[in-house]
Ligand binder design. Structure first.
Ligand code: 6GU
Length: 248
């Protein structure tokens, strides 16, 4: 899978994603990340890519033409007869979540557009953008970190980016439940003991305990997720949730 990022700060993207699991996947060639500097496509001798907003107001607006040229440069490298998703990172977009990550992981190529200053000339957005995406209800100075977050979340769903034993199939949000707590050696740390059931070697009991811990965590920390989670609940799950609600 290939990610193309149109940005004024390409080194932010490449240095931020060149490590750990995503860095390994790039090394192996499982994923490719190409950060394209919009400034390289400026149409003036000063390499400016922004100008004052028509109608006045604070800040500068990124011009349409350099963005459009950067886009065409990328399109020339991609399979010509395929329509490619172009994701504009903006707080005015649909809020990114695991479901969207799964959907986008099916794509062969994705182009991200990162804005800075007060935004980008609306006309080029109308011309090229297929998806407006936000990463949450707060305002950032640019779309680079949001794009990196999306690339990370999408990449780990691409086959063979994760090892089998870190598989993304059974984990938080897959069934709208949070993960159960984890422990490793030593058995006692600061007078706190690892739960006995995890030392018992009784796999059915361990599975039951972990399932209940997931439900408990979600109930306590993200009750908003439970509305969806209960749709896949077993009879035992429901009985356990009732106990939690009754403070038993
Ligand atoms: Cl995608 N961009 C910016 N600039 N701020 C944001 C965002 C994106 N998502 C949340 N805040």
């Amino acid at each position: 899978m290939n990610f193309y990022v149109m940005t004024l700060f390409p080194e932010m993207i490449t240095s931020g994603l060149n490590v750990s699991i995503i860095g390994k996947a790039m090394e192996k060639g499982t994923i490719g990340i190409d950060a394209v500097n919009i400034r390289d496509f400026s149409d003036n001798k000063h390499n400016h890519v922004d100008d004052y907003p028509y109608g006045g107001g604070a800040g500068m607006v990124m011009q349409a033409e350099p963005v459009y040229r950067a886009y065409n440069h990328i399109k020339e490298k991609i399979n010509k007869d395929k329509k490619t998703r172009v994701v504009y990172m903006t707080p005015q977009g649909k809020v990114f979540n695991q479901e969207m990550a799964k959907e986008l992981a099916k794509e062969e190529d994705i182009i991200f557009l990162c804005g800075h200053y007060e935004g980008i000339d609306e006309r080029v957005l109308e011309e090229i953008v297929t998806d407006n995406v936000s990463i949450g209800d707060y305002v950032l100075t640019g779309g680079e970190m949001p794009a990196m977050i999306m690339i990370d979340a999408i990449s780990r769903l691409v086959p063979s980016v994760l090892h089998n034993d870190e598989s993304a199939e059974f984990e938080s949000f897959e069934d709208n439940l949070l993960e159960y707590p984890q422990y490793t050696r030593p058995v006692i740390w600061k007078n706190k003991k690892v739960p006995d059931v995890l030392l018992s070697g009784h796999h059915l009991n361990i599975e039951k305990w972990r399932r209940e811990q997931s439900i408990k965590r979600t109930f306590e920390r993200r009750p908003d997720l439970l509305l969806e989670a209960v749709k896949n609940f077993s009879k035992k799950d429901n009985i356990y949730l009732e106990k939690l609600k009754n403070n038993e």
